[in-house]
Design a binder for this molecule. Sequence first.
Ligand code: ACO
Length: 429
Amino acid sequence: MSNKATIELDGKKYEFPVVVGTENEVAIEIKSLRADTGGLITLDPGYKNTGSCKSAITFLNGEKGILRYRGYSIEELADKASFLEVAYLLIFGELPTQEQLDKLYKDIKKESHVDEEMKKILDGFPKSAHPMGVLSSLTSALIAFNPSAVNVDSDEEMYNAIIKLLAKFPVLVAWTLRKKNGQPLDYGDSSLGYVDNILKMMFKSPHEEHYDLDPVVSSALNKLLILHADHEQNCSTSTVRIVGSSHAGLFASISAGISALWGPLHGGANQAVIEMLENIKQDGGDSKKYMGKAKDKEDPFRLMGFGHRVYKNFDPRAKIIKKSADQVLEQLGVEDPVLDIAKGLEKEALEDSYFVDRKLYPNVDFYSGIIYRALGIPTEMFTVMFALGRLPGWIAQWREMRLEKEPIGRPRQVYTGENLREFKDISKR
Ligand code: ACO
């Protein structure tokens, strides 16, 4: 392959270097485009063809349905690793030794208190507040209680900031749920592992002396968190990187990422899928009607949990989750009629030319809500669980962006508004 690409405009030729990644992904580097051409820019709404950075964290190939964290396949990690091992891998680049993992968790436990004053902020929210709004606000509020700026050139300061977030975020997640359920806000149990502790913080009811952990629930949550842990330059991760590029701190950047994740076209799809399946069930289970609505261009309805910006073959996470949904529901003895509706919709869509032609397949969120529901997690908390899983990915991407000293993210535009015009006094308008 040529190592230069040529752009020709008005008879003049401009050459730009071609960059090749370790998986032979090819990009034209246009860093000098404006300067070389006297003002030319590229236009790519939604960044469908634009690489915003080089990254060594996650590789995915949407055509082949491949997803790897730091070179390890998602299938193997979901099967064999713990969420905390994956968090270490994403953030620091290698799978931890037992000693490194023990140290990580020991450091996390030491930082797992959240200032009592934070409870006052949580109390200010009405019970009806959406948990994603609460989580984003609480994460941002953490800055006020941990005000020191992080010197990213210091390994120690960077490490401490990351530990604080990995430690306090699960507490905020649990408190968000407990507040919704009107339960007292507890701290964790340092004798438990990271994921088990999260479950206990979320679900131990005040009258129970012991919380009985169900290994099926624990293993299912571990898997879901791993599957959500990173996904290269998606909407929320790009948000984290762009907010962080202004040198706003880690907590502020993550808080922005949570807001971006909330939308139904992104992480909020897991809640939207269950609501859609419930609607179909209440409407008599006529999935054909909803397939018709999804295909009707006059109708804003979309089949939630279907389609993906990058996966055009299948979403490897959806494959793992679908299998897991069957197993978890069976092991827990849960019968959920919406699982059958979901399977029916998937079957119909995979045979329908509208979906086939547009390469629309179930994404990670099509079946994840069904598992969360079987684990006893309320629908409005699904996207919060996604955020919990995505936290190490956001941290890893933020860290990489700061260590690489990336410039502030600031796209350009093609202006289509009015040309210069004269101000008219209000009486003459
Ligand atoms: N139902 C019906 N039609 C769809 C769907 C859907 N879920 N998704 C895409 N399409 C159609 C579009 O109408 C469009 O059709 P057209 O070419 O005739 O105009 C075509 O497929 C391409 O869709 P775009 O919106 O251009 O694709 P884009 O890459 O911009 O969007 C997205 C991807 C946002 C995921 C989209 O597929 C969608 O809205 N899906 C439903 C929401 C969802 O499940 N989001 C979760 C994604 S995974 C995640 O973020 C964790």
